[in-house]
Design a protein around this ligand. Sequence first.
Ligand code: HSE
Length: 345
Amino acid sequence: MITQYKLALIGFGNVGQGLAKILSDKYSFLKDKFGVDIRIVAVCDLYKGSLADPKGLDPAMLLNHIELHGDLKSFGEINTDWDAKETITKSGADILVELAYTDLKTGEPALSHVKQAMNNGMHISMTNKGPVALHFPELKRIATKNKVQMGIEGTVMSGTPSLNLACEMLLPAGITKIQGILNGTTNYILGEMEAGADYEDALKQAQELGYAEANPAGDVEGNDAAAKVVILGNLLMDLSLSLSDVDCMGINKLTADDIKQATAHNKHWKLIGTVEITQTGYLASVKPEMLTNEHPLAAISGATNAITYSTELMGDITLIGPGAGRLETGYAIIEDILTIHKNSH
Ligand code: HSE
């Protein structure tokens, strides 16, 4: 049996385009193998324009149009003048894919979008860390009240299944500590600087490759990694962390000389996020650490992320995989949809 899922996308930047590429290449595979007929029925992007078609928009056509025109504004009659709120109410979608820019101070505008959608009976898939890091308990309550599901796999380690895998298979083993490289942009920059690149050039490359946040200050100052520490601690350790509970320092104070010194001593600077249960409560931090070559996280390069989950029953389990990128984060939405599908049947 095939189940149809109609998606409304809020935001059509890197992640939305990554999702469109996956659907354009894998639509039939996903339908035949997993029984999901996934269609994008509406796209609403503040800058690129809005369009909708209840039968489904051809994802390849969306990508071609962006390539040719840089926006989605000249399609003719399928173009709408809907804003995000109207897209939620008028598109007939059953899953809201929230990809608006991340705001780690208020979570807006994504927070309002996901609340409105869940109160309208829509499931959610979001890669946007703002609402999850700031308002997870409230969002869970709204999801439960409306009997809808909230997919958040892409908020940590992009499509690498750091949350689903841990929730389903590692929680029973008793997670006591989580430590990892949680930000792809900074790991990429640090690697490029080790190879001799200038900080600004490395950051520019990370932006071009689609790793960095719309405002990359969130990456280099450590706030993006801190948001992921909060998400991991709250989801996997039942903590009630806020961003202010994370002792946070970014990589922006590291100099080219610091990097050179470390390399000369066979060491590597890495931005490490940690959340740990202690006898008196918890410890949560993000800070640059100089690791020796022998450290398991020292060899993690480029935009790759890694998390070591320390557990009571299984000891340490390390997951290594992509932490950012268009296709990699777009794939997280496919995982969310497959999870929604599995839980609904
Ligand atoms: N800017 C983030 C990173 C994207 O570089 O890891 C993925 O959350």
